[in-house]
Structure formats: structure tokens, C-alpha cells
Design a protein around this ligand. Structure first.
Ligand code: 9UX
Length: 73
């Protein structure tokens, strides 16, 4: 997994939020692992690990599907 895509996500406040985001992102083609640094009530850092380039729109859609919001840096 040479590629590490960093996403900023708001709206997550507990471990179940984290699990939902991890589940949705893990379903994307090429995703090998997902790391989440939860900042409850703030902007969490989500890192998606992959061996191949990922579809950025698919990453955003997965965050929204989980019920949270991806924001710009
Ligand atoms: Mo936890 Mo997250 O009870 O939207 S699932 S707050």
C-alpha cells in the first residue's frame, strides 16, 4: 500500500462513526486499509491506504454514504 490518501471528515463523534466510515471506504476497489484519527466533534483525519490510485469522487461518496462530510484542507 504505497498510496496514502488523507481525507478530512467532520461530523464523527464516536467509535461507531469510525466503524461506519471504515466500512464504506473499505468497499472501494483498491482500498487495503483505513486509519482514522478521531477528533470528536471536530475535523477527523482519515487515511486510506492503497497500492493503486483511487477514485477521489468515490472516496467523497463513501464518506457521505456513511453519513459524514468530507471537507477541504
Ligand atoms: Mo455514535 Mo456517530 O453513537 O454519528 S454513531 S455519534
Amino acid at each position: 500500500s504505497a498510496i496514502n490518501e488523507e481525507l478530512l471528515v467532520t461530523g464523527m463523534t464516536c467509535a461507531h462513526c469510525v466503524a461506519s466510515v471504515r466500512e464504506e471506504l473499505s468497499e472501494i476497489d483498491g482500498v487495503e486499509a483505513v486509519s482514522v484519527d478521531l477528533v470528536a466533534g471536530g475535523t477527523s483525519h482519515v487515511t486510506v491506504h492503497s497500492a493503486t490510485p483511487l477514485d477521489d469522487d468515490a472516496l467523497t461518496a463513501a464518506i457521505e454514504e456513511a453519513g459524514y462530510t468530507r471537507v477541504s484542507a
